[in-house]
Design a protein around this ligand. Structure first.
Ligand SMILES: Nc1ncnc2c1ncn2[C@@H]1O[C@H](COP(=O)(O)OP(=O)(O)OP(=O)(O)O)[C@@H](O)[C@H]1O
Ligand SMILES: [Mg+2]
Length: 269
């Protein structure tokens, strides 16, 4: 990913899906730490301020580092709350836009974690996206937001609401002299076993990638380690730090490889 984000202005990566619980916040955190370990400066935004998963993850990391007198990379983080008053939404959109633009001038990468439902913060953030990463599990229920498929015949009936949204964003970006949006659909929480269901989903995704213009990252497996590190604010990338005295298992090493591979996959070449 080095070439893309080493330019002066930050490369903006938006994690999104109009579907809850697919791994947006977990992947946001891991990517932020991965890029910082590579020497890039990173700012993060949590646009799901009410839930605040990414914000809490980063707060936990700060606390843990202070308690343990540890020096781990921590991104410059902004938590954004949804404005409920309809009269103030225009102003709130502008505020978000100027916060992103300001960080764009000062960091190599910006990672934006979004809520699982569309709102004005969700929409506004995509206007700055260079890369959109869409985590998706190996469950047919997740595929629904990408496309409506007749599973008897395999025919794609119509794009799902989220693909329609990304299409609109692509059109908008084209009017802003950004003809290319690097859209990546990333399998997450994938079962360890080869199943008919998983094979079917990935073959649908392969076809959809050509139809709707995304690149398919094979994915991150369902690993308990992704769930265990939240309270300390750690990621699988921190575990080989000598001070943590953590015994790396095969699964930890594999998880680290998955995240590293995703960070590398961001560069389209
Ligand atoms: N690869 C993985 N393996 C195992 N558990 C995972 C993995 N990725 C995420 N999880 C777990 O899945 C749950 C949902 O993840 P996360 O909060 O990152 O999703 P989200 O898309 O941000 O959710 P929301 O839409 O609610 O914001 C969490 O408990 C998280 O620890
Ligand atoms: Mg989240």
């Amino acid at each position: 990913m080095s070439e893309n984000i080493s330019e002066k202005k930050a490369h903006v990566i938006v994690l999104s899906n109009e579907k809850g619980g697919t791994g947006k916040s977990t992947i946001s955190m891991h990517l932020a730490i991965r890029l910082m370990q590579e020497g890039f400066s990173v700012a993060t935004f949590d646009l799901d301020g009410r839930q605040g998963s990414l914000s809490k993850y980063i707060e936990n990391r700060k606390k843990f580092c202070t308690q343990q007198n540890l020096h781990l990379p921590i991104p410059d983080h902004t938590r954004v709350y949804l404005e409920e008053n309809p009269y103030l939404i225009t102003q709130a959109r502008e505020n978000l836009s100027s916060q992103i633009l300001q960080k764009k001038n000062n960091y190599d990468a910006i990672i934006i974690d979004t809520p699982g439902t569309k709102n004005y913060l969700f929409e506004e953030s995509h206007k700055y996206a260079d890369t959109v990463i869409t985590p998706i599990s190996d469950s047919l229920i997740d595929l629904n937001v990408i496309a409506d498929i007749d599973y008897q015949t395999g025919r794609v009936l119509k794009p799902g609401p989220y693909s329609n949204f990304i299409w609109d964003i692509k059109k908008y970006l084209a009017t802003q002299n950004k003809p290319y949006l690097n859209w990546i659909v990333c399998g997450n929480k994938l079962s360890n076993y080869k199943s008919k269901n998983k094979t079917a989903i990935f073959s649908h995704l392969e076809r959809l990638s050509k139809l709707y213009g995304f690149r398919l990252f094979p994915g991150l497996k369902d690993r308990v380690i992704y769930k265990e590190l939240f309270l300390e604010g750690l990621t699988v990338l921190d575990l080989n730090n000598d001070r943590l005295k953590c015994k790396m298992t095969v699964s930890h090493i594999a998880a680290k490889r998955e995240i590293t591979a995703l960070a590398e996959f961001i560069s389209p070449e």
